[in-house]
Design a protein around this ligand. Structure first.
Ligand code: ZN
Length: 701
C-alpha cells in the first residue's frame, strides 16, 4: 500500500485540518479550467468577494449569511463531491499545474541526468502501458527468487530488514502506517531535539489497522474474507502454485501480527512513543528476530540506540519471526512484494490491487485515470524537483516576502499577547517567551533543495524506478543519523496544498501551493489577507502554546513546561468555549460537540485575535483605506469568514460533526463572536442573535 503525504490524516496537520472534509475524497474534475501550458494563470479570483455577500441580513444576526450568503445560494457542489470549500478549489488548481510541469518535462528533451529529464522519464515510463503490459509480472522475478531462496531464520531476518523503508514519520507528518514488517522514522530525539533518533514502528499488516483483523462487525468479517481471496489472487497472478493454501497461511500470520499491534489511539500518543532501546539490548528486549541480520540489511546496524515507538508490538513481531513457520513467512514476503509493486505492473495486477485496496476497503468506485496516477508517482519520487519548477512558475519572491512579513507581525503580536496574559505564571510565561523566540515560519519552499543526482531513473523500467525512488528516500533518511538536526528541512513539497506544524522543530511550514486564494492572495488588500491567512497562521502558532504545545519545551524536547495552576485555568476557559460551541445545532437534533472540537476552536480564537493585532501592527500608524465601501476592519472580518465558506451535503456535514476534531467551517467563522473588535466594527448590539455579553466572550491567549 502506498501512503500519500498529500492527504494524510495527521494530528500535526494544520491548515489541512481546515480541509479535512475533503480528505480522502476523489479528486474533483471540474472545479477549475485547465491552464494552457506556458501561460501564467490569473491571480485574484478572490481577494474580497463583495458579490458573494448577502447584505440583506444584519451581521449581528447571521454573520455567515452576511459574508457568503449569495455564494451559498449560487454555488453547486459537483456531483463527485460531498462538500465544496476553498481547499478543494486550491487543490484542483495545484494538481493541474503539477500535471503541466510533469508533461512539459516529458516533452523537453532535457539533458541526461538533469532533474527535468528524470521527471519526464519517470512519467513517460509510467505512461508506457504497452511496455508495462509486455513485461507482465516479470520485473518481480529477481525479488521473488531471492525470497524463494530463504533457508534459515537469519535469511528471513535479513529479507525483512531489506524490505523496510522510511514510509512512516512519527513527529512531523504523523504517518504511522506501513505494510512492511516495521517502519523507520528518522526524526528528532524526543529528549534532545538537536539529535536524530531512529524510531522503529510496528508494521506488517496489509489492511489499514488491527481493527480490520480483530473487529467483530459484519463489515470487518466480510473484508477479511475478501482480503484472503485477494492474497490468493495476487499470488496466482504472479504464478504461484497452491495460492489458496498460501493465502490462508499469510492471513493467519497477519492475524497474529494484528494481535500484537497497539491501537491507533496509543500509536498517536507521543508521550507513549518515547522508549529507547540500546542496540546492545535488542536481542534481550525483543527476542526472536536475528537483529544483526535485520539491521545490517536495513543499513542501520551501527546505530547505538533506537526509539521503540510501540515497544510491545515490536516484541510481539520479533517473537513471531522465530515461532511461525518459515514457509508462511516466505509466502507473506512474496505476497507483500507483489502487492506493493502491483500499481507498477501490468493491468491485471493493477486491477486486482485496486479492487481490494481502493474499492473494497475505501469504497472508491473507480480507478483514477492513468495520467493522474503517473503524476502522483512522479511527484512521490521527485517531489522537490517538481516543487522547484512549481515555485519558479507560480510563486513569486514578492509573494514570499509578503507572507514572511505577515508571519513576522503575527509572531510579534502573539508575543505582545503573551506579555499581557494574567493567568500564566511568571515562570511559565518566561518559558513561553523563549519558545516563541525559537519559533519559525517557513514560507513557500525550502532554502536548500534536495539533491536528486544519486537517483537513477531508467526509461522503460517503471517498477525499478519506483523501487530506486523508495530506496533513495530511505537512504536519505538513514544518512541523517549522526548529523546535527537540520531545522530547515521540509517535510512537505512546495506543491502540497497543506500546512504543517512541527512540534520538535518549533516551526510552521506553509507550502507555496496553499498560499492561494482564499487563504492568501498577492493581489488582495492587506486587511483581507490578515483575516484569512493571518488568522490561520495565528491558529498554528497558538498550537505551540496550548495543552498539546505544553508537552514540548522551548527547545522542542518532550518535557511539559506548564504548572498545574496554568493547566487548570486553561481548562476552565476551554470549557466555556466548549459550551459556546455545543450550543450550535447545524442539523435538527445534532449539536456540535464542543469538547471534541475544543483544541481547534481555542486555536481559532487565538488565531483571529492575534491576526487582528498583527494587522494593526502592519499599518504602522497609517490610516487604513476604505475599499468597495468597506472599512479595513470590516474587510478583515469578511476575509476571515469568506475563507471558511463551504457548502455541504447533509451526510458530509453530519459525518464531520460526529467524527471531526474541527467544527464545520461556517461555525469556525463564528469565532468572531469572541472578539470585542467585531462588535464595534459591525455595530452588533444586545438582542441580536450572535451577541455575547463581554463576560461570555472567551479570551484564552
Ligand atoms: Zn489546528
Amino acid at each position: 500500500m502506498n501512503v500519500r503525504i498529500l492527504i494524510a490524516g495527521a494530528t500535526t496537520l494544520l491548515l489541512a485540518a481546515c480541509a479535512s472534509t475533503q480528505t480522502g475524497a476523489p479528486a474533483p474534475t471540474s472545479l477549475v479550467a485547465e491552464e494552457p501550458p506556458h501561460t501564467k494563470p490569473e491571480i485574484g479570483l478572490f481577494g474580497f468577494d463583495v458579490g458573494g455577500m448577502d447584505r440583506s441580513v444584519a451581521p449581528g444576526d447571521d454573520f455567515v449569511r452576511y459574508a457568503v450568503g449569495k455564494w451559498l445560494d449560487t454555488t453547486e457542489i459537483p456531483p463527485d463531491r460531498s462538500s465544496l470549500g476553498s481547499v478543494a478549489v486550491i487543490k484542483e488548481k495545484a494538481s493541474v499545474r503539477v500535471r503541466g510541469i510533469v508533461e512539459e518535462a516529458a516533452e523537453a528533451h532535457a539533458p541526461e541526468g538533469s532533474d527535468t529529464r528524470k521527471i519526464g522519464d519517470y512519467f513517460l515510463t509510467f505512461m508506457d502501458e504497452a511496455r508495462i503490459e509486455h513485461l507482465g509480472g516479470s520485473p518481480l522475478k529477481p525479488e521473488l527468487d531471492a525470497i524463494a531462496a530463504i533457508k534459515t531464520r537469519k535469511d528471513l531476518s535479513a529479507a525483512l530488514g531489506a524490505s523496510i523503508r522510511s514510509d512512516v514519520d512519527v513527529l512531523n507528518l504523523g504517518n504511522f502506517y506501513t505494510s512492511h514488517i516495521m517502519g523507520l522514522s528518522v526524526a528528532e530525539d524526543l529528549d534532545d531535539s538537536t539529535q536524530y533518533r531512529p524510531y522503529l514502528l510496528q508494521g506488517g499488516l496489509g489492511m489499514p489497522d488491527r481493527e480490520y483483523y480483530l473487529g467483530s462487525s459484519p463489515r470487518y468479517i466480510e473484508l477479511r474474507a475478501k482480503y484472503e481471496a485477494h492474497i490468493a489472487n495476487m499470488l496466482r497472478l504472479a504464478g504461484f502454485t497452491g495460492p489458496e493454501d498460501r493465502a490462508r497461511r499469510v492471513m493467519a500470520l497477519e492475524m497474529m501480527i494484528a494481535k500484537v499491534h497497539v491501537s491507533v489511539a496509543d500509536t498517536n500518543d507521543v508521550s507513549k512513543g518515547n522508549t529507547v532501546w540500546l542496540r546492545s539490548e535488542l536481542a534481550a528486549k525483543a527476542p526472536g528476530l536475528d537483529w544483526a541480520a535485520f539491521l545490517t540489511a536495513a543499513g542501520i546496524n551501527g546505530q547505538p540506540r533506537f526509539g521503540a515507538w510501540q515497544p510491545t508490538a515490536l516484541v510481539g513481531i520479533s517473537k513471531l519471526t522465530a515461532t511461525e513457520p518459515l514457509e508462511a513467512w516466505k509466502d507473506y514476503l512474496a505476497f507483500h512484494t507483489i502487492e506493493d509493486a502491483a500499481p507498477l505492473l501490468s493491468q491485471s495486477f493493477v486491477d486486482e490491487q485496486f479492487a481490494f485496496n481502493s474499492k473494497a476497503v475505501s469504497g472508491t468506485p473507480q480507478q483514477s485515470e492513468r495520467w493522474k496516477r503517473a503524476v502522483n508517482y512522479t511527484s512521490d519520487a521527485l517531489g522537490e524537483a517538481i516543487g522547484k519548477i512549481y515555485v519558479e512558475k507560480y510563486f513569486s519572491p514578492a509573494a514570499k516576502a509578503r507572507v514572511e512579513e505577515m508571519a513576522n507581525n503575527v509572531l510579534k503580536a502573539f508575543a505582545a499577547r503573551l506579555d499581557r496574559l494574567d493567568w500564566l505564571g511568571p515562570e511559565t510565561k518566561a518559558q513561553a517567551k523563549r519558545k516563541l523566540a525559537n519559533f519559525r515560519v517557513m514560507v513557500g519552499y525550502p532554502d536548500k533543495w534536495r539533491d536528486y543526482s544519486a537517483l537513477q531513473v531508467v526509461r522503460g523500467d517503471a517498477y525499478g524506478n519506483w523501487q530506486r525512488a523508495g530506496l533513495f528516500e530511505y537512504r536519505r533518511n538513514v544518512a541523517k543519523l549522526g548529523r546535527p538536526v537540520d531545522r530547515g528541512e521540509w517535510f512537505m513539497t512546495p506543491q502540497t496544498v497543506n500546512a504543517l506544524f512541527a512540534p520538535c522543530q518549533n516551526s510552521v511550514t506553509l507550502p507555496a501551493a496553499i498560499l492561494a486564494p482564499t487563504f492568501f492572495d498577492p493581489n488582495a488588500d492587506t486587511a483581507v489577507n490578515y483575516g484569512a491567512l493571518g488568522a490561520g497562521l495565528g491558529h498554528e502558532v497558538s498550537h505551540g502554546f496550548d495543552d498539546n504545545g505544553a508537552l514540548f519545551d522551548a527547545n522542542g524536547n518532550l518535557k511539559n513546561w506548564w504548572t498545574k495552576a496554568d493547566m487548570d485555568h486553561f481548562k476552565a476557559e476551554a470549557n466555556k468555549l466548549a459550551d459556546q460551541y455545543s450550543a450550535y445545532e447545524p442539523l435538527p437534533g445534532l449539536h456540535i460537540n464542543g469538547q471534541q472540537t475544543s483544541a481547534e476552536n481555542i486555536a481559532d480564537v487565538a488565531g483571529l485575535a492575534t491576526a487582528w493585532d498583527a494587522y494593526q501592527l502592519s499599518l504602522q500608524g497609517q490610516p487604513s483605506p476604505v475599499i468597495d465601501g468597506f472599512t479595513a476592519e470590516q474587510r478583515f472580518f469578511l476575509g476571515f469568514a469568506q475563507n471558511y465558506r463551504t457548502k455541504f451535503r447533509e451526510a458530509a456535514l453530519r459525518r464531520q460533526i460526529v467524527t471531526d476534531i474541527l467544527a464545520p467551517a461556517p461555525y469556525r467563522a463564528l469565532t468572531v463572536r469572541n472578539l470585542d473588535a467585531w462588535y464595534s466594527t459591525f455595530d452588533v448590539k444586545p438582542g441580536q442573535r450572535l451577541y455575547l455579553a463581554p463576560p461570555e466572550r472567551v479570551k484564552i491567549w
